[in-house]
Ligand binder design. Structure first.
Ligand SMILES: Nc1ncnc2c1ncn2[C@@H]1O[C@H](COP(=O)(O)OP(=O)(O)OP(=O)(O)O)[C@@H](O)[C@H]1O
Length: 601
């Protein structure tokens, strides 16, 4: 069996080359590299030699006698003493006396006695057993970068491998390591060269590259454990003057998931983006590097007055509102569809919605446009882990976020109507007097101003504010109340309210509702009516669309690191169904959450 396999090794190789050739034409990943390797002339020559040696080994020629030259000397001596040698004896004497035949017989004897190995000097006694003085590494470049950076010791001029990029060509070879001393590249000695000159030699090399390296004796073979991080800032290596090698750097945006595969260097980590685990890693700044950059940038920012820090807005300032106070228009305070299947849809009353819109409108604009960049001092990375909600645990809080009039209310209402026993909004609190037909704990929790202010002081509100002389707010207690009942609590908040809600207890899942493309936005909202006051509603105007699009863009730009999902509100029915399935997935399927939320208390 072995014989047939060994004999046909070149034929087998030819078949493999042919098959791999097909894979190349189908553009299979890595096939080109394999094809070139198997087709290399040196590999074929090696196999040919291997086959010849194998043939020879199988023929097992054995010497007839171990000392042929000794016998030849004996014969020559014997013929010399004959007085009248025959012509044949004379010829034999002549043949055996020629230097060529003597050399041939001497070689025969060496082979017969297996006396052909080189005689090497003895090894020094103090040499360590695993010593590897020089390593020759041959890599097939195949148009991909080497995946290693180099550095030059300024004192000695020696060139070293600075780092090997995880998953790159050098890393996959397993033969080059950071700290290895580079002696030659394709026969060119590199000692004393500038890194740029070595890079030039590498760039000029095609096909295979031959390195001579002296391995770093201290190199550690420890494997690195991946850590998963969410980027909370944007980064571009080409704009980073500190990057040790911008070409090996990896750009990322806020909200992207990164698998950090190497943190051995305290300043520069190696990471790749998820999901694409097979990709070669890139260099990213470590958390401490980014934090010092953030501090530098923060000090350079012009001082901005943060106009949005105003917890209570006093008095009605509705942009579109007419004068009447809302207690004077009780009939219109009721949203048309406040009840679904006998269940009250909390948080959809006109007064509540108008309070949110009017008291936050200015703040929203200032928050999203004038305030200092929110990412300027926040941790640059957030370590995350996959989390699967155990069935006995409360559902995750679902936060909908979006610009005014993008349709957050419409979608929230649609969800509750779709499945009132699963989805529910928290019942808001108000200091407005209760009206006929209303029940406390159903439309609102009707409470006194003193109690409301006491709750404010105790940080019991996620959001609160004043509208036409009455206070309104969404409390953490009413969110807890929905979750304790085993329902999924859906709330919509202003972007700046997300941060306080990001807790281990609530594990919020944030969905950003974004408008569709400009033409679809105008088309789908052609017949829509928007609240303008407690009495009136009106059609969308062009300036509403422009404002909606601009605010959406600003919110996304500023808060996208907090979004778990972005939903485009195009066709209302489709958006509602998609939202429903995304929320179910968020509750049932494994999700990335900050590790601090998943740790045991
Ligand atoms: N996908 C959609 N297609 C058509 N009309 C929509 C869609 N989504 C929302 N609308 C309509 O747009 C208007 C504004 O929606 P909605 O009141 O839900 O916005 P909102 O984001 O909650 O605004 P606000 O924050 O001002 O309360 C409503 O008339 C609503 O019916």
């Amino acid at each position: 069996m072995r014989q047939t396999i060994d004999e046909g090794v070149r034929e087998v190789l030819s078949c493999v080359v042919e098959d791999v050739g097909h894979a190349v034409t189908r553009n299979v990943d890595g096939a080109q590299l394999l094809h070139e390797l198997l087709n290399a002339p040196w590999l074929r020559a090696l196999l040919q030699i291997y086959e010849c040696l194998l043939d020879f080994e199988m023929a097992t020629p054995t010497p007839l006698l171990p000392y042929a030259s000794g016998l030849s000397h004996e014969i020559v001596s014997a013929v010399q003493v004959i007085q009248h040698p025959s012509a044949e004896a004379r010829e034999l004497h002549h043949l055996l006396s020629t230097p060529h035949i003597q050399a041939l017989l001497s070689s025969h004897d060496s082979v017969a006695q297996s006396d052909f190995g080189p005689v090497l000097p003895p090894l020094p006694d103090d040499m360590p057993e695993d010593e590897e003085a020089m390593r020759i590494v041959c890599l097939v470049k195949n148009n991909q970068p080497l995946g290693a950076t180099i550095r030059r010791d300024e004192k000695t001029g020696a060139v070293y491998i600075a780092r090997v990029i995880h998953g790159g060509l050098a890393d996959r070879s397993g033969l080059l390591h950071s700290g290895d001393l580079l002696v030659e590249v394709n026969g060119n000695p590199v000692a004393g060269l500038e890194p740029e000159q070595v890079i030039q030699i590498l760039m000029n090399s095609h096909g295979t590259i031959l390195f001579k390296v002296i391995p770093d004796a201290a190199q550690s073979s420890s494997s690195h454990k991946s850590v998963f991080m969410k980027a909370m800032v944007d980064y571009c290596p080409l704009q980073d003057v500190c990057s040790p090698c911008p070409d090996a750097g990896m750009a990322f945006c806020r909200g992207e998931l990164l698998e950090v595969v190497d943190q051995t260097d305290g300043r520069w980590w190696q990471a790749r983006k998820l999901p694409s685990s097979s990709a070669c890693a890139g260099l990213i700044p470590s958390a401490s590097m980014l934090r010092s950059k953030q501090r530098e940038q923060w000090w350079c920012q012009p001082l901005q007055v943060h106009t949005c820090i105003k917890p209570l807005t006093l008095g009605g300032n509705a942009e579109d509102s007419q004068t009447p106070a809302d207690e004077n228009c009780p009939a219109t305070d009721q949203a048309d569809t406040d009840v679904a299947d006998g269940i009250y849809l909390a948080g959809f009353r006109r007064s509540f919605r108008l309070w949110r819109r009017t008291s936050y409108r200015r703040r929203r604009q200032s928050c999203t446009s004038c305030s200092p960049d929110t990412s300027s001092l926040c941790p640059p990375y957030e370590e995350v882990a996959l989390y699967q909600r155990p069935p006995q645990e409360n559902h995750r809080l679902v936060i909908l976020l979006g610009a005014t009039r993008v349709g957050v209310n419409e979608l929230r209402k649609g969800l509750v109507k779709l499945n009132p026993s699963t989805f529910q909004g928290p019942v808001p609190h108000t200091t407005r007097p209760i009206r006929t037909g209303e029940q406390t704990g159903r439309e609102y929790h009707f409470i006194t101003r003193e109690l409301f202010e006491y709750m404010v002081c105790n940080h019991r509100f996620v959001e609160y504010g004043e509208y036409k002389g009455h206070l309104y707010g969404t409390s953490t207690d009413s969110i807890d109340d929905v979750l304790q009942r085993g329902r999924m609590c859906i709330i919509d908040v202003e972007p700046h309210s997300i941060q306080p809600l990001r807790s281990r207890k609530l594990k919020p899942f944030v969905i950003f509702i974004k408008p569709p493309a400009a033409d679809r936005l105008r088309e789908t909202r052609r017949n829509a009516r928007i609240l303008s006051s407690c009495r009136e509603s009106r059609a969308f105007r062009e300036e509403d669309f422009v404002h909606l699009e601009e605010t959406s863009r600003l919110i996304e730009e500023k808060y996208k690191q907090f979004f778990d999902f972005t939903l485009e509100n195009n066709e209302l029915h489709d958006s509602c169904r998609r939202l429903c399935s995304v929320i179910q997935e968020a509750q049932e399927e494994p999700q990335w959450i900050p590790v601090s939320w998943s740790r045991e208390e």
